[in-house]
Design a protein around this ligand. Sequence first.
Ligand code: NOJ
Ligand code: CA
Length: 701
Amino acid sequence: MKKYLFLLLLAAGHQAAAQATAPLSASQGKVKLTFALAGGRPTYAVAYGPKAVVNTSRLGIAFEGGQGFDGPLVLLGSEVKDVDETWQPVWGEVKNIRNHYQQLTVHLRQPAAPGRRMDVVFRVFADGVGFRYEFPRQLALGNFVVSDELTEFALPADHQAFWIPGDYDTNEYLYTKSRLSAVDNTAQVKSSTEIAVREAPDAQAVATPLMLKSDNGLYVNIHEAAQVDYPAMQLHVDGASHRLTARLVPDAVGRKAFLHAPSRTPWRTLIVSDKAPDILASKLILNLNEPNKLATTDWIKPMKFVGVWWEMQIGRSDWKYANSLDTLDARGQLIPTGRHGANTANVKRYIDFAAAHHLDGVLVEGWNTGWEDWFGNWKERVFDFVTPYPDFNVQQISDYAKSKGVQMIMHHETSGAATNYEQHLDTAYQFMNRYGYPAVKTGYVGRIIPRGEHHDGQWMSNHFVRVAEMAAKHHVAVDMHEAVRPTGLARTYPNWMASEAGRGNEYNAFSIGSPPEHETIMPFTRFIGGPMDYTPGIFKLTNYEPTGQRRVQTTLAKQLALYVVLYSPLQMAADLPENYEAHPDAFRFIEDVPVDWDDTRILAAEPGDYLTTVRKAKNKDEWYLGSITDEKPRTQPLKLDFLTPGRRYEATIYADGKDADWQKNPASYQITKQVVTSKSALTLRLAAGGGAAISFKPVSK
Ligand code: NOJ
Ligand code: CA
């Protein structure tokens, strides 16, 4: 009887399929999504008002051994539902996040045996669309191996693109601005020798978040949300047709993903608007992630920190303690070089500085054994994450930090040996708990172990989640360097507070650096998925290293503005204490600026050109503004109507000096104060490669 009913239902499904010729759709505001079967093949299209965002584009997933969802399918049915809810992030750019969308779920089935079923779920927001493939529990589908994802983004024209190469192991490239038809990453990959591991076999592949601008005035960002148990998606660009096709980062044996139904892919995301600031304000990616999974979150604290770090980046001291693992004395002990940065006395100096300036934490790199031969040889056992060098007295340092009210931040460089790290995770976090370290910066410089895996493949994507989960068990917050670029998972794991996964300020220490436009592109690309540990705040902008060749390509005032325009709940004051002590007036802004906010407004933005952001401090009526430009000087008019009406504020304006210029006079700045209200207007003058920062504090009566 049961079997008979099932057959009947199947037949009904067939009928629905035969009748389903009309396309299905969902919409929200100006955004409209259309789904259709074309010759049995699933397709979608997205429009923004009268303008096409993506033309009819293919959907599908191919399996190894065939019988995947790459051929014709029949429609079993569909549902539409509306959702409108508001949630509060544990930390972030705003206090409340509205999640308002129309969802279309499409149930599909293979027409012939084994008749496997797959759903495509679309969520349509006022600022874009997310969609993913879901594989329901079914007898016809157990284990399966994804060989390719067929998702396309058929763009209607040859847009301007802000792109980096689609590399399996790194996102630390400089951005190139070009038409889609001109995408070719060969030169970028070849010349970026400062990046330790590069593998970008497809010259026409770009990474996401990919920022696009159309000639008819649309800003479009393509990325993904909730990348879990699946490789990162890159995009192959067909220059002639402007069709982008998903390319998944392969694993060590050339497969893309090993899955078992029920399962689902990450969301593919399109953020769209005719205004550039809307792209930056979008919460679409966070909304598509699962809510917080952690039982408690009161231990997760946004932090500003200094670190025994930049001094190694600029060659003033070393991570390593001895010259090599073989420089041993008669007792078999490493012979110190005398250049080791992470020594107790030096660490105390940073703790004193943090305490004196009300900064929350101190990061110390190079504290543990292993740095004499740490990367480049694809070695599995380099670090054990619990053995300090002889001159780093962990107990004394943690007691001292505690006595000064400063938190210590741990450093776990894995040199890519994820297996070794996983074996030590539990003891490493117990060690942190014992000495009172609430946060860890991890790192994956070098080729990955398991050998053959890539930083951005399925195995590592699971590793990063395992690290976040294990850290959470021990009440540890994480900042992952050289991890896969974020996809909003900080909503689900709010202790995964930041990642690097992009070209940070440190490139100004050891490479040709990043040009002034870099920080005007980053918010539209790397930051779309979540916070970045960019390490802003370099005050000594030139001649900071022995060869005198390197320089930061911004003014000093722009370094201050970065604390507002580049959001991270873990934010470093990256320069040396003495360089801050040389400019106590400018350093005041770094001391004051919060790392957690009630509200954020993007006042002006254009990718690659300029950006002005203002944010309201958490639980305080104080506002902080950052404004930056690329290599062009600009004036930026400001209306202060974000301030509470009827209230007087003291605005402290940290601006480029009259003669400031990132090349000729980067350290020239001027600080002025004035009383303003919500009715006031200001005009900022930004130098070439410059910026401005403002704090607004209520005037006490
Ligand atoms: C690369 C990281 O990005 C950097 O911040 C760190 O200092 C080095 N790896 C050493 O772990
Ligand atoms: Ca790095």
